[in-house]
Every structure is written in structure tokens, then in C-alpha cells.
Design a protein around this ligand. Sequence first.
Ligand SMILES: [Zn+2]
Length: 676
Amino acid sequence: MTNPLLEPWTGDFALPPFAAIRDSDFAPAFDAALADARANIASIAGDAAAPSFANTIEALELAEETLNRVAGVFYNLAGADSTPKREELQRDLAPKMAAFSSEVTMNAALFARIEALWQARGTLGLSPEEARVLELYRRMFVRAGAALDEAGRGRMAEVKERLAVLSTAFTQNLLADERDWWMPLAEADLEGLPDFVIASAKAAAEERGQPGHVLTLSRSLVVPFLQFSPRRDLREKAYEAWVARGANGGATDNRALAAEILKLREERAKLLGYESFAAYKLEPEMAKTPGAVRDLLMRVWAPARGKAQADAEVLTRMMHADGVNGDLEAWDWRYYSEKRRLAEHDLDEGELKPYFGLDAMTEAAFDCANRLFGLDFRPLDVPLYHADARAWEVTRDGRYIAVFIGDYFARSSKRSGAWCSAFREQRKLGGDQRPVVVNVCNFAKPAMGEPALLSWDDARTLFHEFGHALHQMLSDVTYSLISGTSVARDFVELPSQLYEHWLEVPEVLDKHARHAKTGQPMPAALRDRLLAASTYDQGFATVEYVASALVDLAFHEGAAPADPMAVQTQVLDDIGMPYAIRMRHATPHFAHVFSGDGYSSGYYSYMWSEVMDADAFEAFREAGDAFDADTATRLEKHILSAGGSEEADALYTAFRGKMPGVEPLLKGRGLLEPAA
Ligand SMILES: [Zn+2]
């Protein structure tokens, strides 16, 4: 019996044959694909011919072809349309895929070939792109421990294994604390809460088999409760429970785990010859050094803290006027800030929503891409993996560029959040391969016959993910290692955060934000109030974020602290953390940093990208037109089509002529305005 995952895909646009794929096809397809990849790796490593770029690096690029194809389908479905069976398969696959990856990077014969090419790189006549790909392969292997002696490789494997166990435990403890805490809300406790919060509290009660309403520690419930509940006693109780996650003592306490994780990370970095984990982690990033990260964060810190302190005074006065004396506490901030937002900006979500239809906003994102990059979008009628997913053919001057899939509605089989991924990446090696890119979001699905309406935040998310999609679709490189979004972590959010700016262009809103029922454009006064509110409470948001990023950095710079909580306290003291604001993520529940390696000494990345997106959009402002053709051409040439073909700072400088300053970010966050 044939397996559609392993057969050539000969349908329209060589899309995966979704209609023919059964869940039972995945396990045998992965087995076959892993066996195929292992055989390819073995034949590259054991090749009797002297290493060449073609027989080693290009062969490596193509060695996991089948595996990438199968994994591309499976992991997209596991995220966007999971089932218990798919989850089980995902758990089974995790150790298999990890073992395969270690096997490749610890293959001594394979590394010897890469190293030989690297040593001879000056004599190989490589193009700049080839040289870059060789450099990245060698770096990947060296950073995984390939160049260590046998004892070093053995210890590295032990350290990685223990770190994986600790990270999993950290995550599970956090989930347990979040699951185990809830607070019943009597009828009187619902005072002041908007309908959507009451509905969530009721759903949370039902999920726990409780009558009435309960408050849980889910961010989407506890944050609106803190914004809207006039009950200061309940806000305090909820807030203290929320920030105590992972620090409640007993079996789920994460503090000792955090200390052990930091110690093992330090050992891992030292084994590889780095002076600290931060030095190791930041080396391939745009920031490169802990000093550069600290410098950025501290430049933002002072104005953000100033703004937050001025805001704290306003909020304290409001609280005193409310008859509550004493200091503004952390559980008071969101409540008084929400009151102030309503008073100053008069923005009502219900008034805005009819202007942000999903179809209109998708059209807006396409229209901006047309004006900037000449892309055209044609709806496709092809079988996809779910009835809610839609596809478009993307062309330019009639030439086929990509397939774009939009999968926008929430459903229980989809994980939360929003993301962009690819079923297939762009590359030219072995034939021009055009990408199949998907944006997945969790927008509320409307009742039958009603138009799908987005919130302003949803519309921003749609533009954000579409920016990532452009980075994939406009990619124009030879090697998949550097294709599309395969760039430094502190650079990858630039195209996405940059694209959000076009949603805020008044002429884009005037053209596309039309009332779903009447077709009328959004009134200019409403539009202006909307845009004016975009910097609201950014002092608070920036302070809670930067404090977390500075603590993350301190943990990984220098020797690992025996007591991370003491370091956290020390860092916050040193920077003068405002009294009524706490870290966005305190250490015992700082999942970005401890639930895996992704954002360890990397939490600053969002802000690093924001410095660039603010400055990059300035380039269009300076040209006097948000759709300036020359600037758009430079953006595509140096950033959107270039993938990771050069170091990110070289790409950025080629686009902008210089590295960015921090002023556009401060302006964008409203932190340069005189304090109110
Ligand atoms: Zn993003």
C-alpha cells in the first residue's frame, strides 16, 4: 500500500495531498524518512572522495529532504489541527527526532569533512552565499559540541539530557500551579466586570465542575479581572496568587530547578570555551554580546521608568479620590489605568469592531503587499487540511511566487496564539522550490451568516503574521539553511513588527476599515482616537518587560547564581524598579527562560527587533510616503528576500545605510512625550 506522504506530490502547486493523508500514514512515513536521512548522512560521512562543497554541504542540504517534507505536514497539523492521536505521535517523535539531531551533529567523520572545508575555505572559490552556508554549518556543529574530545562530548550529552528533564519539570510545575489555584466568585464579586469576563469565569467554573463563576490564573482571565474589578481585596488575592506561580513551596516549587538549570547552562558554555552562557548564546545573534544587550535595555529603561513614575502619581491621585488611602499597589495599577484609559481616550471595543472585518483586513494586508512589492493574490480552490483554512496563489507580473494559506479561526484542536510557518520553504538548490506558507491565528469564529469581525489587536496580529509570511514568500536564496525566516532570533521579528505599521497608516484604515453592515469608512474622529490610544500605558508595559529582560541577562552573564531569587532582588534594586510594578515574568514562572533554551538570555529580542522596525518604518516616513517605491525595493532586496545570507547587521545597514538608534522606538512607545 502506498503512503501519500512519501509519494511525489504531483497535484496543483505540488501541495501536500491533504485529502489523501490519513493519520496512520505519519508513523511509517517518519520511520521511512528517518531511515532515508540516516542513510544519506552515512554516505556523506563515509564518502571516499575528498570533501567538496558539493559532496558535503550541498549533500547535507538535501539529505533530509523526505524528512522535511513529512515533518512539514505533521508539525503544522499538530499545531493547527491536533487530535489525541496526533498528540501521542508527537510525544513519541520528540525523543526520536532529538536523538537523530544529536547523531548528526556528533558524527565525527561528518564534522571532519566540514572542518576540512572550513580550513580550506579561502581556496574553494565559494560564492558569498556558499561561504556563509559553510560558516553556518560549521558553527552549528561546533556549538553542538562536535569539536570536543570524547569525554567532553559525553559530558555535553549528559548536561543536555539533564537540562531537558529540568525544563520539562519547570513547565509542568507551572501548569500544576496554574491548574490547582482558583477562586470562587459570588454574584456580588462580579460587580464591574464586562460580559466577556463574566462569560470566561462561568466557562472556567464549568470546566472545573463548579457552580457559578470562578477566577483562574489564566492570563486571559486574571488580567481583565485586575482591570475591571472594583474589589481591591479580591484583586490583591488574585494578583498575589498569580505572581506566586512556581514559588508556592512543596513539590511544584521551581526555585531550586532554576538554580540547577543556570548552573548546567554555565557548564555547557564553559565546555565549549565561552566565558558565560550569555556569551555563548548571544554570539550568533545580532546583539553578539551581553554588553550590547544591556546597553539597549538601559537606554530604554530610564525614559520608561520616568513615564511609569509619572503615571503612578496620576493613578495614585485617582485612587485617593476613590477614597482608598495609602500607596498604589501592584494590584491597583491595571484597575486605575483602565479607568484612566476610558476617561482619556473614550475607546469602546464595541464601537470599533464592525470596522475590522476579517475579509477586509486580509484584503488590506494583500493590498499593502501589492503596493509595496507588486504581489497579486488569487483565491485557490484546493483541498486543505481543514475546512476553515483558505489558500491563495501569489504572483508577481504573472510569475508564480508562492501559495499562501490563511487559517484564522480558533478551534479546540488548535494551540493558542498566532504563528507563521511553512509547509515548504523557498530554495533553489536542486530546482526552484517555491514556498507554501501558512498563517495560523485564533480569531473568534462568527455565528452562521454573520461576518467575522476582529478586534484592533487581532487586526495587528493578522498584519504581524503576514509580515513573517512575506519574509518566507519573497525569500530568494539557494540554500534552505538560510531561507526566509532562518535568521537570528533578535532579527526575525523585524519583518513582522514592521508590517504592523502599515495597519496604522490612515489611508489604509480609510480604504479598508469599513463598517461590515453599511460599508461606510470609519469616521475620522474614531480613527484618530484609535491611533492616539496606541501608546497608552507604555511606561508600565516597557518597565515590566525591560526588568524581566535585565534579570534574564544577569542570570546568564558571569558565574551562575546559587540563589537566583537574590539576584532578581538585587537587579530590581539596582535599577530602581517602581514600587507598583513588578516583573512581567518573575523567575519561578519565567517560562521563556527556563522552559527550554529558546529565549534564555534572549528575552531582550522583542525589543531589539522593535528598535529596528521603528527605525525601518522611519525610512518610509523620511521618504514622505508609506508606500515609497525605492524604500520598498531596498527592503525587499536587503531584508525580505535575503534570509540569513549575511549577518543581520550587514543586511540592516544595506537597507538603511546605518544601524538604528533607539529614538524611533521611544517615540513609537510614547516615551519621549513630556510626562503627564
Ligand atoms: Zn512574530
